[in-house]
Design a protein around this ligand. Structure first.
Ligand code: AMP
Length: 192
């Protein structure tokens, strides 16, 4: 089973993805983490990505699609995976459909984590104080929220139209949100 986790920066989907992936034995594929690892290694991709990430912008679709194409073929995706941070544009979503089609696969569901903007800003400033990510300054966070609204939010419609979207209220503590997620994913899996 392959799932896409969708939501604004700061909504907490990475934490939820990690826990669910562990529980269901799925691979957790975070494109943000893959890119940060590439930057750390100083690879060609890392060199191309660093400035773009630090500015809160999106990496070009072609690069991301190539990265995901390779990643979903890895052995650990055999039981399925959670795509956390991909797709982030309609072009990426269309490419993912094609990639899965070619493999005779389908997405099991798209979980959309919902929280009001002021909650996201509060969580991001908390993360800023604790994690020290290079793209977690106030300005870059604002930019990331804007880029999300302009380029990623249209995916909610995209997946809703094809009946794949499940909404999960992301306000509350990690355990509360996880119970809602578990229920939403269970309902989808059971409904098939
Ligand atoms: P994240 O950890 O998911 O918040 O991602 C951190 C940064 O990595 C984003 O702000 C983008 O610059 C880049 N990034 C991650 N995933 C993607 C993607 N699917 N498309 C374009 N850029 C991405």
């Amino acid at each position: 089973m392959k799932y896409v986790f969708l939501g604004a920066p700061g909504v907490g989907k990475g934490t939820q993805a990690l826990t669910l992936a562990k529980e269901l034995g799925l691979a957790h594929i975070s494109t943000g983490e893959m890119l940060r690892a590439a930057v750390e290694e100083g690879s060609e991709l890392g060199r191309q990505a660093k400035g773009i990430m630090d500015a809160g912008q999106l990496i070009p679709d072609e690069l991301m699609i190539a990265l995901i194409e390779k990643r979903i073929q890895a052995d650990d995706c055999g039981r399925g995976c959670i795509l956390d941070g991909f797709p982030r544009t309609v072009a990426q979503a269309e490419a993912l459909d094609k990639l899965l089609d070619a493999r005779g696969e389908k997405l099991g569901g798209v979980v959309f984590f919902v929280a009001p903007r002021d909650e996201l800003v509060t969580r991001l400033s908390h993360r800023r104080a604790h994690e020290g990510r290079a793209d977690d300054t106030v300005e870059v966070q604002e930019k990331r929220l804007k880029v999300y609204e302009e380029q990623t939010a249209p995916l909610v419609d995209y997946y809703e139209k094809i009946g794949l979207l499940v909404r999960v209220d992301a306000v509350g503590n990690i355990g509360e949100v996880y119970s809602r997620l578990r229920e939403a994913v269970g309902a989808r899996a059971g409904g098939k």
